[in-house]
Design a protein around this ligand. Structure first.
Ligand code: GDP
Length: 306
C-alpha cells in the first residue's frame, strides 16, 4: 500500500496523516508540499502519479475559506478547486490507483434544504449565494467521482463533512471560518482587557461542528470499508446557534466580557445540519463533543499561534 494524502498540510489532510500514522501506516505515506507539487498543474500531477503510483488517495486538498473569503474571491475558489480535483482524480485513474476518497462539503446542499440534510437533497434547489462558486466546484467533483465509477469502474468514493475545526485551522480573521475566528477574537479580547467581542451576523444561524480528528477517523474507516457511488454525510449529528457557539468559545477561553452582534455582516445559510444516519448504519459515529474539542483547540491555538 502506498498512500497519497493530497493537501497534507491543511486542516483535514494533516488530521488524516496523524490518523494513518497512529494506525501504523506512517512509512507508507507519500506526501508533497505545495512548493513540491502544484496540484492545480495537471501535467505535474500526472508526472507525480506516474512516478510514485500511489495505491490509495485521500483528496483533502482544496481552496477553502469562511463566508467573507468565499464571497470576496469566488473566482479563486471555483478555479483552484476545479483544477485540483480534476488533476488528482484523473491522474489517480490513469496511474491505476486502487481507491480514492474525495472530500466534498456540506455547503453543496441547497440553501433551504430540509434539516437535517440527507444525502439525496443534492441538486434539489438553489445554493447559498455566499459560497456558490466553491459549492459548484465541489458538486463537479462529486459528479466526477460518480462518472469515473460508471465509465472506468474506478473505486472512488465521496464524503461530505460538516463544518470542521481543530488543530492546524486557519485563524486569520479575514479568511477563516467562524469557530477559529471566535477563538482568536476571544483570546485577543481577554489579553487586551476588552469588555466586548463582536460576532458577525445576528447570532441566530445554526451550524454543526465536527472535530477534524473525528473526520479523519471517518475517512480512514470509509477507505477500508465503503465502495459505493452514494456520497456520505459526516457530522456530529447536532447543531448550535452562532450565539451558543460564541458562548462555548467564550467559556473555554475564560473571557468575562459581553457578546455584541454585527448585523451588517452576512448570516449566510440559516441552518446547516447533516443527517448522519447512513454513517451510523455503517457503524461509525463521531466522538469528540464540542466543548471538549473547543477547549483542546483553544489550547492548541495558544501553543502554536506564533
Ligand atoms: P458558513 O458556514 O459557510 O456560513 O461560513 P462561516 O463559518 O464563515 O460563518 C458561519 C456563520 O458564523 C455566519 O453566520 C457568520 O456570519 C457567523 N460568524 C460570526 N462571527 C464570525 C467571524 O468572526 N468569522 C466568520 N467567518 N463568521 C462569523
Amino acid at each position: 500500500m502506498k498512500i497519497f494524502v493530497a493537501g497534507y498540510r491543511g486542516l483535514v489532510g494533516s488530521a488524516i496523516v496523524r490518523r494513518l500514522q497512529s494506525a501504523g501506516f506512517g512509512s507508507q505515506l507519500v506526501l508533497r508540499t505545495r512548493a513540491e507539487l502544484d496540484l492545480t498543474d495537471a501535467r505535474a500531477v500526472r508526472d507525480f502519479f506516474d512516478a510514485e503510483r500511489p495505491t490509495h488517495v485521500y483528496l483533502a486538498a482544496a481552496r477553502v475559506g469562511g463566508i467573507l473569503a468565499n464571497s470576496t474571491f469566488p473566482a479563486d475558489f471555483i478555479r483552484d478547486n476545479l483544477l485540483i480535483q480534476t488533476s488528482v482524480i484523473d491522474a489517480a485513474h490513469r496511474s491505476g490507483a486502487e481507491k480514492l476518497l474525495f472530500l466534498g462539503s456540506s455547503c453543496i446542499y441547497p440553501r433551504l434544504a430540509p434539516q437535517p440534510i440527507r444525502e439525496d437533497a443534492l441538486l434539489t434547489g438553489p445554493l447559498e449565494p455566499t459560497n456558490s462558486a466553491y459549492a459548484i466546484a465541489k458538486i463537479a467533483g462529486l459528479e466526477m467521482v460518480r462518472a469515473y465509477r460508471t465509465q472506468h469502474g474506478m473505486k472512488a468514493i465521496s464524503a461530505m463533512p460538516t463544518n470542521l475545526y481543530g488543530p492546524g485551522d486557519n485563524f486569520d480573521l479575514a479568511s477563516s471560518h467562524v469557530l477559529p475566528a471566535l477563538i482568536r477574537k476571544f483570546v485577543d479580547a481577554k489579553e487586551r482587557g476588552d469588555d466586548q467581542v463582536l460576532v458577525w451576523g445576528t447570532g441566530t444561524p445554526r451550524r454543526e461542528f465536527l472535530h477534524v480528528d473525528d473526520l479523519a477517523d471517518a475517512c480512514v474507516y470509509l477507505m477500508d470499508r465503503y465502495d459505493d457511488a452514494l456520497p456520505l454525510n459526516i457530522g456530529w449529528g447536532q447543531d448550535v446557534s452562532i450565539r451558543e457557539l460564541a458562548e462555548t468559545v467564550r467559556d473555554a477561553v475564560g473571557f468575562r466580557g459581553e457578546l455584541a452582534f454585527d448585523s451588517s455582516k452576512p448570516d449566510g445559510t440559516p441552518r446547516k445540519l447533516l443527517d448522519v444516519s447512513k454513517m451510523t448504519e455503517l457503524g461509525w459515529h463521531a466522538s469528540i463533543a464540542l466543548q471538549d474539542g473547543v477547549r483542546a483547540t483553544v489550547a492548541w491555538y495558544l501553543a502554536h499561534r506564533e
